[in-house]
Ligand binder design. Structure first.
Ligand SMILES: Cc1cc2nc3c(=O)[nH]c(=O)nc-3n(C[C@H](O)[C@H](O)[C@H](O)COP(=O)(O)OP(=O)(O)OC[C@H]3O[C@@H](n4cnc5c(N)ncnc54)[C@H](O)[C@@H]3O)c2cc1C
Length: 473
């Protein structure tokens, strides 16, 4: 192994390979990726491969659009197929509130140059006849939605980076990362030591452990996630064209065609954090034991929404872990107070977000700042106050809220009361309604006497309380 590189990227999942590709694309070619096993050996290999632009943060939605539109370019440059199925996708609304949310998303999409549409239940039935549209009031149709081959896509990034001069070393775990007095990074690996100006932690499931090598606590946590692959069914294979993706948020599920059958995955309320005390070093190409009890109620909702599931057998059950930050967005950028230490981790939707994450990190490293507003995924958005207990509670909440409506100014309940001011008790007696900023409870406003002290988040106020969201008399 050589002794020096401008950048060393740790981790050869889809995110590390995207970072490597974007560094070369923007002109830095003295870059090297270290992978402890084969490429894709973390969360990447067992992903369901779906991609979409929907994200409550507008800038993230735009970066997801960038990621999806990159795949054709990547195939051309690398000569490696990403196994793209650009089939479009529907996110279903079964309540007016959900439809309002989707309309708000569509408005933001237009502003960011994404062409989503609101469609009627009749349109849904035409586009995806396997959907039972009972109780459905509409959907957001996104022509960019689709799915791909996770392994092919990761290798496409890797090949494209290699063509531009990047080096990839497999089967060589990073054991230590130390900053020298001169500010360089000394990276001790199984096969020797390499020095780099910049170090990128893209270690996915092991990002916490790799961070700890440099004394950094990265607020992320892995969660178990299950999806099922069905036997083939003529409702699928007798169609001339492939089915679009369908997300039924009320049923906590996403569904897509897989060959002649279907894939359905769940973000269930009864969710399970994984590896609370650290990701085992020997975890790799294995799956977790499945647990169908946890998705029992979600399955019932799925049987109602997609009656075909009542008739078709299950061929395979996948249960694998992947990581989330407390607010569900990635941790990207320079770690404060640690010269030239960069992160690209906690990417919970690597095939929707990986390209965008690679792009903004490469811009940041090379040009000194990203070309767009990336506050939603800046690793520095959390402070030193954050604890593993806070992270775990918020990550669990985030997983459970994966398909929930995000309301403007909504305050979420998990991990509250972590830090309060001395006046907290006084404000409380004055009917203060609190919000939370950087872990600290802060007064948002004082509620009028006649209001019930419970916020009902909404896009509209039926009672004229001017957006205070209180239940007015
Ligand atoms: C069941 C399931 C279904 C999913 N479905 C989807 C989906 O449909 N769409 C979607 O976008 N996302 C999906 N995901 C999420 C997706 O898999 C992740 O977002 C993505 O894989 C994260 O990639 P990564 O590169 O950040 O991390 P990882 O894939 O975990 O890669 C990290 C890499 O770093 C390496 N590494 C770690 N430590 C070291 C070290 N010390 N030295 C050297 N190398 C090291 C590891 O071996 C590994 O290869 C799913 C996840 C699961 C579990």
């Amino acid at each position: 192994m050589r002794s020096h590189a401008r950048v060393v990227v740790v981790g050869g999942g889809v995110v590390g390979c995207s970072v490597l590709y974007h560094l070369t694309k923007l002109g830095w070619t003295d870059v090297l990726l270290l992978e402890r096993s084969e490429l894709t050996s973390g969360s990447t290999w067992h992903a369901a491969g779906g991609f979409h632009t929907l994200n409550a943060d507008t800038n993230m939605a735009a970066l997801q659009g960038y990621t999806i539109e990159l795949y054709r370019e990547l195939e051309e440059i690398s000569g490696q197929s990403c196994g793209l199925h650009s089939v479009g996708g529907l996110t279903i609304a079964t309540t007016q509130d959900r439809l309002d949310f989707l309309k708000a998303e569509r408005a933001k999409h237009r502003y960011m140059g994404l062409n989503t549409e609101i469609v009627s239940p009749g349109d849904i039935a035409n586009l995806a006849p396997i959907v039972n549209v009972d109780g459905v009031v509409g959907a957001l149709y996104d022509p960019l939605d689709g799915h791909l081959d996770p392994s092919g896509t990761t290798h496409a990034y890797a090949k494209a980076a290699s063509f531009k001069g990047a080096e990839i070393i497999l089967h060589n775990p990073v054991l230590e990362t130390n900053q020298t007095l001169g500010g360089e990074w000394e990276i001790v690996t199984q096969d020797g030591t390499i020095y780099a100006e910049h170090l990128v932690n893209a270690a996915g499931l092991w990002a916490r452990e790799v961070g700890a090598m440099a004394g950094v606590y990265l607020p992320l946590h892995p969660m178990e996630h299950q999806y099922l692959v069905t036997e083939e069914t003529k409702d699928v294979f007798e169609r001339d064209i492939e089915l679009p993706h369908v997300i039924d948020p009320a049923g906590e599920n996403y569904l897509r065609q897989e060959g002649r059958g279907l894939v359905i995955g769940f973000y269930e309320q009864d969710c399970e954090p994984w590896a609370v005390n650290g990701t085992p070093t020997n975890f790799g190409h294995e799956l977790l034991p499945n647990n169908l009890d946890r998705i029992g109620s979600s399955m019932a909702a799925a049987f109602h929404r997609y009656p075909v599931l009542q008739r078709v057998g299950i061929k395979n059950i996948i249960n694998g872990p992947f990581t989330f930050a407390p607010d569900g967005n990635p941790l990207v950028g320079p770690v404060p107070n640690l010269h030239n230490y960069w992160t690209a981790c906690a990417v919970m939707a690597g095939f929707s977000q990986g390209g965008g994450v690679g792009l903004v990190l490469a811009e940041w490293m090379i040009h000194g700042e990203p070309s767009r507003d990336i506050f939603a995924m800046d690793v520095a958005r959390f402070g030193e106050w954050i604890t593993p207990d806070y992270t775990l509670k918020k990550v669990r909440e985030n997983y459970q809220r994966r398909f929930s409506i995000s309301y403007p100014n909504e305050e979420l309940p998990a991990a509250r009361g972590l830090d309060v001011t001395p006046a907290y008790g006084i404000w409380k007696t004055k009917r203060a309604v609190f919000g939370v900023g950087y872990g600290m409870e802060a007064v948002n406003y004082f509620a009028p006497k006649e209001a019930v002290l419970e916020e009902i988040p909404t896009f509209k106020c039926a009672y004229g309380c001017r957006g205070r969201m209180l239940r007015c008399p």
